[in-house]
Design a protein around this ligand. Structure first.
Ligand code: SF4
Length: 314
């Protein structure tokens, strides 16, 4: 595995795949979310702060193009010749009309191939209609296209408790349809959600391995200001993982992923002013080193405990 780590990290994988360094440019298309506008629920997932759902004020094509161009300029100043992943980050980017998705995707067209080598679109598993997959699939004829889908926890009970308002089956179905459309999928997971526990971390990894997603983003539960969790935290009704426990659970998680899945993220980060808990935030490099040490002490690695045959996506 790259960098001699007992798990796959994104940077070397990008270098190997695209033949040059690649950086993400995060774009805010001003999407909203069915878990905030009342279509599924109000108030959002319990851990989501207001900004996490985007503004709901759709950006004009020109404003989005300006965001992308500024991001490309930043990348090229920092790393001449590097490629770019155009990353539509604000969450439910396919929770829009078809014309709107076309308008958003048209913004990347002039840059496809160079420097934009990949397009990544974050959304929810229950907001990925077939017409959206067709639009993304057309784009995937030019560059690889990923959809980023939150599973968060592989338990319908936990998903209900955290007010996600979709099911594990919704996630599995969305992954299958995205793969059938020729897209890559990055699955998101959170460790330490209320009622999930260490078994939950293992179960979520098993589900992600089984789904065949190509990439995985995982982080510890954080309590942010202006979220529904804030109240529970202030009332002393909630616990979050300390860093040692997180690394142990993360090692359990990584052992259960498929050997070829790529870890895009291993820890969360939030500005200290926004974060009520945990009171630790270690640099991602330190989490990476501690995870490598934990797996080393167990004599294991990513894929060492994969439960199922991995159905590889793109
Ligand atoms: S689905 Fe995403 S954007 Fe919507 S409330 Fe949950 S975390 Fe926030």
């Amino acid at each position: 595995m790259p960098e001699d780590l007992p798990f796959n990290t994104l940077r070397p994988w990008l270098l190997e795949t695209f033949g040059r360094p690649v950086h993400r440019v995060a774009l805010d298309a001003g999407s909203t979310c069915p878990n905030r506008d009342g279509a599924k629920g109000f108030g959002g997932c319990v851990y989501c702060d207001v900004e996490g759902s985007g503004t709901g004020a759709l950006r004009t094509g020109a404003a989005l193009a300006a965001q992308l161009e500024a991001g490309i300029a930043r990348v090229s100043r920092r790393d001449t010749g590097a490629g770019v992943i155009a990353y539509f980050q604000s969450y439910s980017n396919t929770y829009v009309e078809q014309e709107r998705l076309r308008e958003v995707l048209a913004v990347v067209q002039p840059h496809l191939g160079d420097p934009v080598v990949c397009v990544s679109v974050a959304t929810r598993p229950d907001t990925l209609p077939d017409w959206a997959l067709s639009e993304l699939s057309r784009l995937a004829e030019r560059v690889p296209v990923w959809v980023e889908l939150g599973l968060e926890a592989a338990s319908d009970r936990v998903l209900e408790e955290i007010r996600r308002f979709h099911t594990v089956a919704d996630f599995e179905d969305a992954v299958e349809r995205a793969h059938a459309a020729g897209l890559g999928v990055v699955g998101h997971a959170i460790l330490g959600l209320p009622g999930d526990g260490r078994d939950g971390a293992r179960r979520t990894a098993d589900a992600l391995a089984r789904s065949g997603v190509t990439g995985v983003k995982v982080h510890n539960l954080m309590v942010l200001r202006r979220t529904q969790l804030e109240k529970a935290w202030n009332a002393g009704e909630l616990e979050v993982l300390d860093v040692d426990t997180y690394v142990e659970w993360l090692a359990d998680f990584v052992e259960r992923l498929a050997p070829d899945q790529v870890l895009h993220r291993l820890t969360g980060d939030a500005p200290a002013a926004e974060r009520l808990a945990p009171n630790w935030q270690v640099h991602k490099n330190e989490v990476r080193e501690r995870l490598a040490a934990e797996l080393g002490s167990r004599g294991t690695r990513q894929g060492g405990r994969t439960a199922t045959t991995h159905a590889s996506g793109r």
